[in-house]
Structures are given as structure tokens and as C-alpha cells.
Design a protein around this ligand. Structure first.
Ligand code: HEM
Length: 424
């Protein structure tokens, strides 16, 4: 069966509407055409599947048909070339297995130890200022945490420049202009990539075993031991890790702290849980079910990867719909997470749904699935818990007067930042 083609203007297709508000466009199309349809994005027909089963089938990809590399290449390819998500099948499996070693239990506990100073500095800074712009301040905190996770101790001059390079590379991922014309985000992103590749490669030669290694050091040491990846390949992976880790956790923390400010009973409960949690111990963090429910609800409402893209490397069918070779495919955790057929009152921020009934909701895909399932999903939740536990313990009373309006695509971000104020 052929999926309906949604009519659109020649050349432009649905690109502008999708760029402006992908949720609104896809919901409107879904209402008229059903859960499977073809829209036109950037001169390509994108076959979009909006059911839980098709999403699962595409993520699991049992027959190695759906290429993540070809799907993501268009938006991420130039700056994040050869990152693990931009690899497929056997080649992906090999690279992922070498990366996975840096996400061991004991290695992660070391990372938690390493990031404490940045979290404490952030809280201390708030003591004197009494207020901050939530999103931008958390964005900076997450850059500082990335810097810790990669290099631990960097001098001020390097840290300033690295911050800029981190920022330029990440913003190039959502640049609308996809050729590196002068002054575009993409041009800056490519310059940042070159700088970072060089920096990581140089630093890789200095790595020695320590008591507590950073992610980068772990990766270099693993690969020395098994004579796996070259320093250049490791550098390419690090640039992708930066992208994968940064905006995802930033928006999740922003949205959660905003909702904590709105619902003070959540703060009380979280403080109780924090009291019984050693934030450096994974076993303790895993028991933090209330913080977990806030984390889960935040990434349900605003999945940091709202659409995942794939490209079929051969002809196939999904739920009886024919998929052509080289056809682009989209699935959308965002649409599924906002679908009233699968969630009660989906627009409401309600962490309780993850404590009680909807724990095993089959329409929940914040970390995708299958071979490309998020490699940092546990680390992300531990970092999240470290920040929120410490925050509510230091500042039980805080407020945000304005509304936080989040645009869910291309990646979720606030339309306007909000001011968080500490109350006495
Ligand atoms: C709330 C936080 C996060 C969310 C919701 C999230 C979500 C995702 C999703 C949906 C994918 C797969 C996309 C696809 O298959 O199309 C992904 C991949 C990935 N994520 Fe995360 N992520 C988060 C944080 C992190 C962190 C903190 C790290 C690392 C420190 C990380 C590392 C990765 C990596 C390496 C991949 C690629 C895996 C592969 O292709 O094999 N993520 N993430």
C-alpha cells in the first residue's frame, strides 16, 4: 500500500511550515491523512510514521534497512561527520562497542565526582546574584560540565575558546542554511569542528591513566588497550558526544526547574528524596524515583530529539506501507508523546504518570530504540538528578513569574528565557 502524498507547493514543499512549527504541521496533516503520510521536505518525500508499532519497528530495524547515517547526514553530516549516530550497521556496531566502554558503572561514578565543582560554583554564583536567566544559565552550566567531562582541568584561556567552539559547533546543527556560506552558522560550525578536532587530537597524546578519568581519557585509554580507534576518530566521536549531551540535558533541566517553581509540592517531595541520596553513588541515584519521574515527564513533554530520521537502503514495507529504496523516513517521539490516544491529558506536566500507571507506555521513545538507543541515557539522568537535588536542597524557595513557552522543534528551546528568582 502506498502512503498518501500530502500536496504542497513546488520546490518549497512543507519545509517552511515544518521549520516554523513541525508539531502543528504534522498534527494537522495527521488529522486529515492518518498516521502514515508523505510530506515534502527539502525536495525529498519524507515518509512519516506516527504509530507506536511502526516507530518501534523502524528503531529496532531487525533487517538493517534503515540508515541513520543517511537520515541524519543532511542536518548533522558536515559538522558531526563520522559521529556514532552517523554510522550504520556493522561499522556502527564496532564504533559503538568501543564508545560503550566509557559508559561503565565505575567510569560514570568518576564522572559524577568530576562534575561536582561546576554544579557547586553554579549554586554559589546564585547565592550572590539571587536571580538568573534559567535557560542561558543552565546552558552555560552544561558547557562547564562538558568541559569537566572531557578535560577536567583546563586553563582559563583555553576554556573560554573551547566554550565558543562548543557553542558554534552545536548551533550549526540547527542552521537552516546548509551550505557553508560566509557568516552562516554552518561556516562557524565547520571552523569550530576543525579547531576541536585539532585540540582533541593533541590532548589525546597527553592522556595518562589517573585515579579518576574523564570520558575523553577513558576513550583514549580503551582504544590504546585494544588498539581500536585512532586519535582522529576519537576526536570525531568527542565532537558528536558534545552535541548529543548538551542541548538535550539543558532543555530537560530548564523545563523541570520551571515546573518545580510552579508546583511547590514537587519541591518538598524532591527535597525529601535528596536527603536520602548520595549523589555520587549510582545505586542511590537509581533509587531516586521521584526525580526520575520528573526527568521522564520532562522528556515526554519535550523530547530533546523530537523527530528521528532514517533512509531506507533497500525496498521494504512497514505496517503494509511500501517503502522505496533511498526513501527518507521520519518517526516522531514528539507526536507520539502528545497523542491523546496514548496519554491522558498529554499537554499537562504531570510526573505522577510515571510513578503510577503509565510507566510502561508503549508510545514512549525519548531515547529512540534499537542499535542507536541513546548511549548517554543513564548518565543524562544522573547528571539531571545531581543538579536538581543540589538545587532544591540549597534553594528551597524560588519563583519564576513569567510563562516558559517552549518551541519543541527543531530541538526544544524557549521562545524567551525566564528569570528565576531566589526567595529568602
Ligand atoms: C535528556 C537527555 C537525552 C536525551 C533525551 C537523548 C536522546 C537521544 C536520542 C533520541 C538518540 C537517538 C536518535 C536516533 O536514533 O535517531 C540519542 C543518541 C545518542 N545519545 Fe542521547 N540523549 C540525551 C543525553 C545524552 C547524553 C548526556 C549523552 C552522552 C554523554 C548522549 C549520547 C548519545 C549518543 C552517543 C547517541 C548516539 C548513539 C548511537 O548512534 O549509537 N545522549 N540520544
Amino acid at each position: 500500500m502506498k502512503a498518501p502524498v500530502v500536496p504542497s507547493l513546488p520546490y518549497i514543499g512543507h519545509s517552511v511550515q515544518f521549520q516554523n512549527n513541525a508539531l502543528k504541521l504534522t498534527k494537522k496533516v495527521q488529522k486529515k491523512y492518518g498516521d502514515v503520510f508523505q510530506i515534502s521536505l527539502l525536495n525529498e518525500r519524507v515518509l512519516t510514521f506516527l504509530t507506536p508499532n511502526s516507530t518501534k519497528e523502524i528503531f529496532l530495524d531487525k533487517n538493517n534497512i534503515f540508515s541513520s547515517k543517511k537520515g541524519w547526514e543532511f542536518s548533522l553530516g558536515k559538522t558531526f561527520e563520522n559521529g556514532v549516530m552517523l554510522r550504520d550497521f556493522e561499522d556502527h556496531k564496532y564504533h559503538r562497542s568501543l564508545l560503550q566502554e566509557s559508559f561503565r558503572h565505575d567510569a560514570i561514578e568518576n564522572y559524577l565526582y568530576i562534575i561536582q565543582d561546576s554544579i557547586d560554583d553554579w549554586l554559589e554564583n546564585l547565592k550572590t546574584r539571587k536571580e538568573l536567566y534559567l535557560y542561558s544559565s543552565i546552558k552555560q552550566l552544561m558547557f562547564d560540565i562538558s568541559l569537566d567531562l572531557f578535560f577536567q582541568n583546563v586553563n582559563n584561556e583555553d576554556s573560554h575558546l573551547l566554550n565558543k567552539m562548543f557553542s558554534d559547533s552545536i548551533s550549526s546543527a540547527t542552521s537552516v542554511v546548509r551550505s557553508p556560506l560566509p557568516f552562516t552558522k554552518l561556516k562557524k560550525g565547520l571552523k569550530a569542528r576543525k579547531y576541536l578536532l585539532n585540540y582533541f587530537e593533541k590532548k589525546a597524546m597527553e592522556v595518562v591513566q589517573k585515579e579518576k578519568n574523564t570520558i575523553f581519557e577513558e576513550l583514549v585509554l580503551t582504544n590504546k588497550e585494544v588498539s581500536g580507534l585512532s586519535n582522529f576518530e576519537i576526536a570525531e566521536h568527542m565532537i558528536f558526544l558534545l552535541l548529543a549531551a548538551h542541548d538535550t540535558t539543558t532543555i530537560t533541566l530548564t523545563n523541570s526547574i520551571y515546573n518545580l517553581a510552579k508546583e511547590s509540592f514537587l519541591v518538598e517531595e524532591l527535597r525529601n528524596e535528596a536527603q536520602n541520596t548520595d549523589v555520587l553513588k549510582i545505586a542511590d541515584l537509581k533509587n531516586g524515583l521521584f526525580a526520575e519521574s520528573i526527568f521522564k515527564e520532562s522528556i515526554r513533554l519535550y523530547p530533546p530529539v523530537p523527530f528521528s530520521l532514517r533512509c531506507a537502503v533497500e525496498e521494504t514495507t512497514v505496517e503494509n506501507y511500501s517503502v522505496l529504496k533511498d526513501q527518507y523516513i521520519a518517526v516522531s517521539p514528539l507526536l507520539l508523546h502528545h497523542d491523546e490516544r496514548y496519554w491522558s491529558n498529554p499537554e499537562k506536566f504531570d510526573p505522577k504518570r510515571f510513578i503510577d500507571v503509565e510507566q510502561n507506555n508503549e508510545s514512549y521513545f525519548p531515547f529512540a530504540g534499537g542499535a542507536h538507543t541513546c548511549l548517554g541515557k543513564f548518565l543524562a539522568s544522573y547528571i539531571f538528578k545531581n543538579v536538581v537535588y543540589k538545587f532544591v536542597q540549597t534553594y528551597p524557595n524560588f519563583e519564576i513569574e513569567s510563562e516558559l513557552n517552549i518551541r519543541p522543534t527543531p530541538i526544544p528551546h524557549p521562545v524567551k528565557d525566564v528569570l528565576l528568582k531566589i526567595k529568602n
